[in-house]
Design a protein around this ligand. Structure first.
Ligand SMILES: Cc1ncc(COP(=O)(O)O)c(C=O)c1O
Length: 408
């Protein structure tokens, strides 16, 4: 097993590729954005500028009144009792893991097909990420692989402590099945809802599906700010108190008393002010995303594997990701690129193939689905302002690209 030190843990920012795909220009015939943040800005008009100006005027750039207001509004939105805003989704994962009591050398399970953040924070805390496989058609953690991971960890003398469950591309994972396994083995579940804030499972919103949920407000997320940001949701007063303290240097009853090891993990007031405006249109944006996903499914479902949403779940559609044949994915992407249709590959490398993670334990049975997905997935432009005629062009060009590749 690899020994993880600050030197050999490279903070991989595969997600930064998203940033490069964000549009700063309006859509036109020459330029189809992968994610069009400017369209959202136009819709909000001067509201964002006014919100920022209010912060500039009151001058409470750290812990200003917008922070409390945002936390209250997010709790009301998703139904969690407590929301604690923080500096990023990664900060939220780190604060959350500490609050759940993850200890040095504990085994914490994490899917191998994902963004690197969850595994990174497990390793940074001195715990052992145990990589488990995912289900091919939902991209989410496979409950059977989790059971095999727990067996493997126990056989190797590790202490299974909990699992970070990631709602990949926007769809909540199979929490009922996962919770049964967690309860049987005395594990906690922490939900990483960086991509799924706004989604639901059996009528319950993401934020209420586990003891502790984290999210990210990275600009391209379904609810994104104009910089970095994140939050933790919980119904537990104890967890909320601990997270608040750790977010602020482990503060006790007063600012200069420190009762635990903490960090500066706060969200800036300006970002909270921006999020407050964006939150007012999130519900409507989610409906648009649903409509766009349905149009893709109708237009492409006969040619490629389109995402399947399990019964009783809704997705926040952070990404619209199709699956192609291994032999054709890269060729199709190349044809689309020439045709000026932007696509992205989330994720082209499963975690255990990134250098710092090669030595970590894997569930019995290996990670074949994660490996297969890394070679077959392709994400298409997805944002709430993708107009039907532009989307039809994307669909048509995609169909032409597939035909060209399949035709020889
Ligand atoms: C699944 C997942 N978890 C965690 C993160 C980390 O969020 P942040 O970039 O805000 O630290 C991301 C961001 O891309 C993500 O997609």
């Amino acid at each position: 097993m690899a020994r993880i030190t600050p030197d050999n843990v490279t903070p991989l920012r595969a997600g930064m590729a998203t940033a490069n795909l964000l549009s700063t220009a309006p859509a036109d015939d020459q330029h189809i954005p992968f994610i069009d943040l400017q369209a959202q800005r136009r819709r909000l008009g001067k509201r964002i500028e006014d919100a920022i100006a209010r912060v500039l005027n009151h001058g409470r750039f750290v812990a200003g009144p917008e922070i409390d207001e945002l936390e209250d509004r997010l709790s009301a939105w998703c139904g969690a009792r407590y929301t604690i805003s923080c500096a990023s989704g990664t900060t939220a994962l780190s604060l959350g893991l500490s609050a759940l009591g993850a200890k040095y050398r504990d085994a914490v399970f994490v899917p191998a097909f994902t963004f690197v953040s969850p595994a990174e924070v497990i390793a940074r805390l001195g715990c052992i990420p145990v990589l488990v496989d995912v289900v091919e058609d939902t991209f989410n953690i496979d409950p059977d692989s989790l059971v095999r991971g727990i067996q493997m960890a126990e056989e190797h003398g590790l202490t299974p402590r909990g699992a970070i469950v990631i709602d990949l591309f926007g769809q909540p994972a199979d929490y009922p099945a996962l919770q049964k396994i967690a309860t049987a083995h005395g594990l906690w579940l922490m939900a990483d809802a960086a991509q799924s804030f706004g989604a639901s499972l059996q009528g319950r919103n993401v934020g209420q599906l586990t003891k502790l949920t984290t999210t990210s407000f990275f600009p391209s997320k379904p609810l994104g700010c104009y910089g970095d940001g994140g939050a933790i949701f919980t119904d537990s007063e104890e967890i909320a108190t601990e997270v608040r303290s750790r977010r602020q240097h482990g503060q006790g009853d007063d600012r200069m008393t420190h009762v635990r090891i903490g960090m500066n993990g706060r969200l800036d007031t300006v970002q909270a002010a921006i999020l407050l405006e964006k939150l007012t249109i999130l519900g409507d944006e989610l409906k648009n995303r649903d409509r766009i996903a349905a149009r893709y499914a109708k237009g492409l479902g006969d040619l490629v594997d389109v995402p399947s949403i399990a019964p009783g779940r809704t997705s926040a559609w952070a990404q619209y990701t199709v699956r192609l044949k291994r032999t054709e994915r890269d060729q199709v992407r190349e044809v689309l690129e020439k045709d000026r249709i932007p696509t992205a590959i989330y994720y082209h490398t499963a975690l255990h193939h990134h250098a710092p993670y090669t030595g970590y334990p894997r569930a019995h049975g290996g990670l074949p689905v994660s490996e297969k997905l890394a070679r077959t997935v392709l994400s298409l432009p997805m944002h709430p302002y993708l107009e039907a005629d532009l989307q039809d062009q994307i669909i048509e060009r995609f169909r032409t690209a597939i035909a060209a590749v399949r035709g020889g």
